[in-house]
Design a protein around this ligand. Structure first.
Ligand code: SPV
Ligand code: MG
Length: 545
């Protein structure tokens, strides 16, 4: 059984593939992504094909790409994978001396082995022409010795590739060369053939016996069943260029189709989704690392706007649209509110809609629905958005407008739960009984002096508070930190269990939070906001802008 223990060096694992009793396979790759795909498919090792790497660079398999350019690609391939790579080292990039340096560099990059062929530099691909000249046996044996003497990893493998059959020298020459190369120190022999049946290779294997591991490349004799080579004692089969060829077919097909159709729609279903690329190159690992190594800024603040109700006091104006969509000088109220949040750098906005929800459809906003808006209250709407309440959040009524600085003031305020309270609430309208107000009592009343208030806390919030205890009106704008959101979620859960949540107002919820011991801070303001509740408010809103 092959030892695929990932703790073994890659060279050790290639060595074990070579010496294993079972037939092993190396699959061609020519860059980082194809190497990853080979590993993902389950192969135990990679053939870094000279033909494919050259073609990937758009050049011929004739040592046109320099050996350092090949080395650079190998580095990407090795970094991208954990399986061993056997490099197609052509003729060794020159004489023995060039090979010595190449082997050292390959070892430094955790490449598991090199295969060198007994031809002359610059090489020509074995499938081109006939009777290519071969290297002198003695010279090639010296190269093998030099390569072995240069490896800095004991398990690095040097495979000697015999081209005698390809070049028409016959079986005896092939066996003679194989024997000489093995004796010179090669860890295995690659016997190559361009016949279309595998008989020549099978004959060689029979004659060779088990003197040392033999590798074959059945590119032209692919029709011979793999089992025959297994039975004949082959050590490793190399599938030499099939990823390059597959990608050329696929790229041609898709390029031609897009060219013809001047559109991407026809190809979308037949190509890899972009997400798949992110997975292959492990973007998730980078995201995890960013969390560890990059300074983590403040988490994004989000806004949840409660806008499910109709606003029936506005009469016919809200017959077909809810009040959050009423036009205020050319823009829906909700658009104005969302713009104020955007200016405060809050881009993640969720709106809870209900009445005529199909008309609430502004872009760049996420929507959740409270379909029971007629029979339920504000807390029910908030509960509909509970899954969206993850980060620190601003919660706002959907019918308010306020000056931009009020949001800044709230964002800067300290506290896990902070309400914006208008101390000048009495000046807000001439007919106080026409509106339902969220009145508050605080630990201090508003202080208009230079130093102003600090650390004011909420004591009570209700629609009805004895006149002498009223310190202001909550304007429908609140901030919750992470901790505040957690408390809010817990309170809503308790509320839902104890009953009464459906019809509860936001003041009811704040009241419960106070009772549970949560501290609620207050930021006083002095006017500069409005809510659009009735037609009087609407004309105020027109002036406000
Ligand atoms: C290669 O893949 O580059 C090889 C194998 O050397 S072959 O092209 O069959 O010679
Ligand atoms: Mg090659």
């Amino acid at each position: 059984m092959l030892d695929t223990n990932p703790k073994l060096t890659k060279a050790r694992r290639l060595r074990e593939m070579l010496s294993s009793q079972s037939l092993e396979f190396l699959m061609e790759a020519h860059n980082g992504i194809s190497s990853k795909i080979v590993e993902e498919a389950g192969f135990g090792g990679i053939w870094a094909s000279g033909l494919s790497i050259s073609a990937g660079y758009g050049v011929r398999d004739s040592n046109e790409a320099s050996w350092t350019q090949v080395l650079e690609m190998l580095e990407f391939m090795s970094d991208a994978t954990s399986i061993p790579i056997l490099v197609d080292g052509d003729t060794g990039y020159g004489n023995f001396n060039n090979l010595r340096r190449a082997v050292q560099k390959l070892c430094q990059r955790q490449i598991a082995g090199i295969c060198i062929e007994d031809k002359l530099f610059p090489k020509t691909n074995s499938f081109i022409g006939e009777n290519q000249p071969l290297a002198e046996i003695e010279e090639f044996c010296g190269k093998i010795k030099a390569g072995k003497d240069s490896q800095t990893n004991d398990d690095f493998c040097l495979i000697a590739r015999v081209e005698a059959l390809i070049s028409g020298w016959g079986m005896l020459e092939a066996l003679k060369r194989a024997q000489a190369y093995y004796a010179a120190g090669a860890d295995g022999i690659l016997i190559h053939s361009k016949n279309s049946d595998g008989e020549e290779i099978l004959n060689f294997l029979k004659e060779w016996g088990d003197r040392c591991p033999v590798i074959i490349v059945p590119t032209t004799y692919y029709a011979t069943p793999t089992d025959r080579f297994r039975m004949a004692g082959t050590s490793i089969i190399i599938w030499a260029n099939h990823n390059l060829r597959a990608s050329i077919s696929a790229m041609r097909e898709v390029s031609r189709q897009i060219y013809r159709e001047q559109s991407l729609s026809g190809v979308e279903g037949m190509i890899t989704p972009v997400k798949d690329i992110f997975e292959l190159v492990e973007n998730a690992e980078l995201a995890r690392a960013e969390k560890v190594y990059l300074p983590q800024g403040e988490p994004d603040i989000q806004a949840v706007i409660l806008a499910a109700s109709r606003g029936s006091k506005l009469g016919d104006l809200t017959k077909d649209i809810p009040k959050c969509m009423i036009d205020i000088r050319g823009q829906p109220l909700l658009r104005r509110l969302a713009s104020t949040f955007n200016q405060g750098n809050i881009k993640n906005i969720t709106v809870v809609r209900g009445y005529k929800k199909e008309t609430v459809n502004l872009p760049f906003i996420e929507y959740v629905d409270n379909d029971a808006y007629e029979s339920t209250g504000e807390v029910s709407s908030l509960n509909a958005a509970i899954e969206n309440l993850k980060n620190p959040s601003i919660i706002a009524y959907g019918d308010i407008l306020f000056r931009h600085y009020i949001l800044d003031q709230l964002l800067e305020a300290e506290g896990d739960i902070v309400l914006v309270v208008d101390a000048l609430w009495r000046q807000k309208d001439s007919n106080p009984s026409s509106r339902t107000r969220d009145l508050v009592t605080c630990t201090e009343e508003f202080d208009s002096s230079y130093l102003g208030n600090e650390g004011v806390r909420l004591m009570n919030i209700a629609h009805d508070i004895p006149e002498n205890e009223i310190h202001g009106e909550w304007i429908g704008l609140a901030k919750f930190s992470d901790v505040g959101i957690q408390k809010l979620r817990e309170e809503i859960q308790k509320f839902s269990k104890s009953g009464g949540l459906e019809t509860a107002s936001m003041p009811d919820l704040f009241g419960r939070l106070l009772q549970s011991g949560s501290e609620i801070r207050v930021e006083y303001i002095a006017g500069h906001w409005l809510d659009v509740d009735n037609s009087g408010d609407l004309s105020e809103a027109q002036k406000f802008l």
